[in-house]
Design a protein. Structure first.
Ligand code: PSU
Length: 320
């Protein structure tokens, strides 16, 4: 048994009682095909029905058309599912009282047999347990504005600090504090790469923020080498690959920024806190921008799924 196969078995053992890996994902892992994890909080809490279901299906299609196997992850009826069939995907998209599951909530959600949409943190942890190295999403959680008072820092950052998965995203949502988030990633030795020709960290809805990443590249082989070298060095942190939204999809940054400022003020006035902040702000910004932010969100999700699919496929082929 090779070292990497042994490593995967060790990871799976910890989760084995609960892991339900779909036949297609199992086959892809066994055959060394590229596999891309997809999160489900964006389905349960990020987008309204029926856009959530349609987007979840489109993301899987993007990964497939890039030559890789999608593995959407969710908690259903006391089990952790890696790869969902059509009816499970529909169940995740239509269950009204689904819970948002970060790493802390995995155990509680299994005990209560609730339907759980996994955040970036929980999806990373589960993907790693299943032996999946690439994961696509829209944006990660980060350091919230005003965190010096509230201590509100997403568990996504902690997970990036300890789980060696490459998260392909559009950086940090502009509702958060981007410079502080990048500082936190640096403190925790997370590889922080901008996918592009300029080292300008994206701002989720728009392609540019005022911050820089660690470096920029457009070379898949370099990103794969970075992950491999980090593993060889014994580093356990993950890699953040920040992909700016293509300009043709970028919504008017100022319109969205104004909506974000208003939504943040409303969240504060209404005492919305902790895990409820992100879904509240995203929904409110979508209302205030009359749907423009959702369209942009879906476009960047699809772009990221395509890049992650190509990256995983490239890595799979380089192993052959
Ligand atoms: N970005 C979106 N929609 C989402 C999220 C991010 O456009 O639904 C979700 C992701 O699952 C992310 C989570 O991991 O929000 C972060 O939440 P929190 O700040 O509570 O950790």
């Amino acid at each position: 048994m090779s070292r990497s196969t042994k490593r995967i078995f060790h990871q799976i053992r910890q989760f084995s009682h609960f892991l339900r890996i779909s036949p297609l994902v199992q086959e892809a892992l066994r055959n060394g095909k590229g596999v891309v994890a997809l999160e489900s909080t964006v389905i349960t809490h990020g987008l309204p029905y029926p856009h959530n279901l349609k987007t979840a299906q489109e993301l899987e299609e993007q990964v497939k058309s890039s030559g890789s196997q999608p593995a959407t992850i969710a908690l259903i009826d006391g089990n952790i599912h890696v790869g969902l069939d059509d009816s499970q995907l529909e169940q995740v998209a239509t269950t009204k009282n689904a819970v948002k599951v970060s790493t802390r909530d995995i155990a509680k959600t299994l005990v209560r047999k609730e339907l759980g949409g996994t955040t970036v943190a929980a999806t990373m942890r589960i993907a790693h347990a299943a032996g999946i190295q690439f994961f696509a999403t829209g944006g990660i959680g980060g350091v919230h504005r005003g965190a010096e008072q509230t201590f509100d820092i997403s568990a996504d950052l902690q997970e990036l600090a300890r789980t060696p998965v490459c998260v392909v995203c559009s950086g940090v949502k502009s509702i958060l504090d981007i410079p502080k988030t990048i500082e936190y990633l640096e403190t925790n030795s997370v590889n922080c790469v901008v996918f592009g020709k300029e080292n300008i960290f994206p701002s989720f809805f728009t392609s540019k923020s005022e911050s820089e990443g660690q470096f920029c590249t457009t070379c898949f082989d370099e990103i794969i080498a970075l992950q491999e070298t980090s593993a060889q060095l014994g580093f356990s942190a993950g890699t953040l690959l920040a992909c700016p939204i293509p300009e043709k999809f970028a919504a008017d940054g100022q319109v969205i920024q104004t909506a974000i400022d208003q939504a943040l003020k409303e969240a504060k006035d209404q005492n919305v806190n902790s895990q409820r902040v992100t879904p509240f702000i995203l929904a409110r910004v979508n209302e205030l921008t009359k749907g423009a932010s959702m369209k942009t969100n879906i476009a960047l999700l699809k772009n990221n799924a395509k890049i992650a699919g190509e990256l995983a496929n490239r890595k799979a082929n380089s192993n052959k």
